[in-house]
Design a protein around this ligand. Structure first.
Ligand code: AMP
Ligand code: FE
Ligand code: FE
Ligand code: ZN
Length: 282
């Protein structure tokens, strides 16, 4: 079984429609793919229709951007939650709205030094999609300022950059609680991705586990080897499952579907504990 539990469509910062993502998953010979757009479930219906048509297993999911009280960015994957759950929906709507204001403010700052305006950026955002820095990067590529998203993130768009603006994001412990209350299963995404910024200290992991975190995304290209070893030890000590995934973003990142995979037993455990939405397995 080839199972990849982390992929994005243009409902957030991926470059393909949900249907095209499922077609790409079929081409990559995946048996199961999870659609995990940032702070949105708007792609689920289209992905499900394509999954049925192409015979690809689909785990509807989402990736929630969170921030600790110390300002550390944490991404929380969640699977099979009820997309209509009011409390979770309120929280991600608040974050989505804040992302829009934040993107506008970043573009204002960038426009002082680069030939870039809001229209250039919004042209790269699908209607209703969750906006993020990758869309600003796409506009910078189109304007010839950088060659690709990676170059944009290498300095201009990093969290250390003077153009960077932060946005509201829920505390990861709250997000874990909300996901569980919505019948979903929470998994910590790329927990050791140190190249993106500060990683969460151990007490944040333990607080999230106490709140109901079920798994750690260990096999992800952004987790260095030492970090993975620590994560495996933690998973063993605290009875967590481990996942592996690509974090595919279409043409927006070099990550390829299926470059890391999740064991069937881990997916089974996720499905056993979820009660918000059904998985589709052909
Ligand atoms: P934001 O949601 O606005 O904070 O932007 C973070 C998103 O940017 C993440 O979801 C990543 O997918 C993407 N990202 C981070 N680093 C890079 C990079 N080096 N190249 C391309 N995309 C990146
Ligand atoms: Fe992303
Ligand atoms: Fe992420
Ligand atoms: Zn992701």
């Amino acid at each position: 079984m080839r199972i990849d539990l982390h992929a994005h469509s243009n409902v957030s910062d991926g470059t393909q429609t949900p249907a095209a993502l499922i077609a790409a998953a079929a081409l990559a010979r995946l048996d199961v793919v999870a659609l995990t757009d940032h702070d949105s479930t708007d792609g689920w219906a289209e992905a499900l229709a394509a999954a049925r048509e192409l015979g690809v297993g689909l785990i509807p999911g989402m990736e929630i951007s969170c921030k600790t009280s110390q300002g550390v960015s944490v991404h929380l994957l969640c699977y099979l939650h009820d997309p209509g759950n009011v409390k979770l929906l309120e929280e991600i709507t608040k974050a989505k709205d804040a992302r829009l204001t934040r993107a506008e403010r970043m573009v204002e700052r960038l426009a002082e030094d680069y030939p870039l305006n809001w229209g250039d950026v919004s042209a790269h955002v699908a209607p209703g999609a969750t906006i993020g820095r990758p869309h600003i990067a796409d506009a910078m590529v189109a304007a010839g300022i950088v060659a690709d998203r990676s170059e944009a993130f290498a300095n201009i768009l990093t969290s250390h950059s003077r153009y960077f603006v932060s946005h509201y994001a829920p505390d990861p412990v709250l997000a874990v609680e909300l996901v569980r209350a919505a019948g979903g299963v929470p998994v910590f995404a790329h927990p050791m991705a140190s190249a993106r910024g500060r990683v969460a200290p151990p007490d944040v992991f333990h607080d999230m586990i106490d709140a109901g975190l079920l798994g750690l995304e260990v096999d992800h290209r952004d987790n260095p080897a030492e970090g993975r070893a620590w994560l495996r030890g933690l998973a063993r000590d605290r009875g967590l499952l481990v996942t592996g995934s690509s974090d595919y973003h279409g043409a927006g990142k070099p990550n390829l579907l299926g470059e890391n995979l999740t064991e069937p037993a881990a997916l089974e455990r996720i499905m056993e504990q979820a009660s918000g939405t059904a998985a589709y397995l052909p």
